[in-house]
Design a binder for this molecule. Structure first.
Ligand code: ATP
Ligand code: MG
Length: 291
């Protein structure tokens, strides 16, 4: 078990989280955080990841969820900058494939959970099943579910499945941190307009994103229900203000580092047998006249 770092953005475990009260604006100007962000990412995260890999016991799973244009991709890129790529894997979950729809809804994410010693990053996740699908329940018709679908119970059932799986993973050594990058509706509009008006950003523009924005309130309600149902000490959610990207990245990096620091990572200690072998190898190397 680890202790989730304290933060004003930690979603409480008692179900009292309200999206309407969650900050989207930075508590300080982003520029001030630039140095801090570099330090968290470039130095501390690298060091901690190396020890995580050497220990080969625990894994770290980072889940990112957000409305479009909140900055998921950039935040994930920033986190990746701080780590050794060979010890880290990123998966983006889009609309499920036919193969994925042939399985239960936790299957595709389960297959991509990080191995011991590694960091796994989910760009979208199993939570889409209680977010986009909840906002557009007609998607359920393509999911090959058995029997009648009961819209009064299916979302709580799914949230329970997700939460129970997280408890299981936590007991087996996976540390789970979940980030909701909370962008305001107004800032999203600015970013969409920038994508439309700036030729270097045109490629990011998708008409579907603007259509999805019409369902903003339904998404906020689905986020509130999902975060309240699944923010737990072993798998906390953080609702990070996303209107200032640098501030957001600094907060995410800080929470990851504080988590890795809190679990007392140590390089594995050689056993007595290891030490004996080391002594023999050392003697052999030192006596090797060919060197
Ligand atoms: P970007 O736009 O930055 O490339 P993205 O994550 O928005 O990244 P897209 O391909 O634009 O990727 O969108 C993926 C879409 O797939 C989203 O609209 C998301 O809600 C949807 N999606 C993800 N998981 C599911 C799911 N289980 N069922 C239905 N739709 C899903
Ligand atoms: Mg998109």
């Amino acid at each position: 078990m680890f202790k989730a770092p304290d933060s004003p953005y930690l979603v409480p475990y008692d179900g009292s989280f309200k999206v309407a009260d969650a900050a989207t604006a930075a508590a300080a100007k982003g520029r001030r955080y630039k140095g801090e962000y570099r330090r968290h990412l470039r130095e501390e995260m690298k060091r901690l990841q190396r020890i995580l890999a050497a220990g080969d016991r625990r894994a770290l799973l980072l889940v990112f969820q957000a409305m479009d244009a909140a900055g998921k991709d950039g935040t994930i890129r920033a986190v990746m900058q701080g780590v050794d790529p060979s010890g880290c894997q990123v998966h983006s979950f889009k609309r499920p494939s036919d193969l994925e729809l042939d399985h239960d809804f936790l299957w595709r994410t389960s297959c991509r959970l990080p191995e011991r010693g590694r960091i796994g990053i989910f760009n979208r996740s199993q939570y889409e099943e209680v977010l986009v699908v909840r906002v557009h329940p007609k998607i359920l018709a393509s999911q090959k579910l058995p029997g009648e679908i009961d819209l009064d119970t299916i979302w709580d059932d799914r949230l329970r499945s997700i939460s129970e799986q997280e408890a299981h993973l936590a007991r087996n050594g996976t540390i789970i941190l979940k980030f909701w990058l909370n962008v305001s509706k107004d800032e999203q509009k600015k970013r969409f307009l920038a994508r439309l008006n700036d030729p270097t950003k045109n490629w990011k523009y998708e008409p579907a994103d603007v259509r999805e924005r019409r369902y903003w309130d339904a998404y906020m309600q689905a986020y509130e229900q999902a975060l309240n149902a699944t923010s737990r000490p072993w798998a906390p959610w953080y609702a990070i203000p996303a209107d200032d990207k640098k501030y957001m990245r600094a907060r995410v990096a800080e929470i990851i580092n504080q988590t890795l620091e809190s679990i007392g990572l140590r390089y594995p200690e050689p056993t007595a047998a290891d030490r004996k072998e080391f002594a023999e190898s050392r003697a052999e190397l030192e006596g090797d006249s060919a060197a």
